[in-house]
Design a protein around this ligand. Structure first.
Ligand SMILES: [Zn+2]
Ligand SMILES: [Zn+2]
Length: 146
């Protein structure tokens, strides 16, 4: 199941890149396949190391450049973590949120619900804002790490 999801993701990314006139170099393919199948958010250095472990030769500069392109096309996003925001993960599609295990860094997606609307209404009343979007990220300890 995970494999299908990441294969589909890579397909969409490649189409989007090509649609924007970006060449699909080996380095870009390598970065995409590592990120699309990762269970944890990855920093540029981690992606670089993983690629080298898999005998893919690419420079750290192409890792940064590929991440920049993917982020500009809104295909990946920087993930906020206690240690900083250098790690990336695929952008969520539709009303989804994710949680991160504080022990192993595993990321899990969960379906968003309307439960939060009550909270947002209160925030609107207090602030005078019209809330249009929200971005929610939960931290916890996964089943395996408990
Ligand atoms: Zn864990
Ligand atoms: Zn939500």
């Amino acid at each position: 199941m995970m494999k299908d999801a990441s294969a589909k993701r890579i397909e969409i990314w490649q189409e989007t890149l090509q649609g924007h006139g970006c060449r699909l170099t080996d380095a870009r393919r390598a970065v995409m396949s590592i990120l699309a199948s990762s269970k944890t958010a990855l920093t540029p250095q981690e992606i670089y190391d993983l690629a080298r472990d898999n005998d893919l030769s690419l420079g750290i500069a192409s890792v940064y450049r590929t991440l920049e392109i993917l982020a500009n096309l809104n295909l990946i996003q920087q993930i906020h973590q206690p240690g900083g925001c250098q790690a990336y993960w695929p952008t969520l599609v539709g009303h989804e949120h994710f949680m991160i295990c504080k022990e192993c860094g595993r990321m899990e997606i969960f379906e968003g619900t309307d439960d939060l609307n009550e909270l947002f209404q209160k925030v609107e009343e207090k602030s005078g804002y019209q809330i249009q979007e929200h971005w929610l990220q939960l931290f916890g300890v996964c089943e395996q790490c408990q």
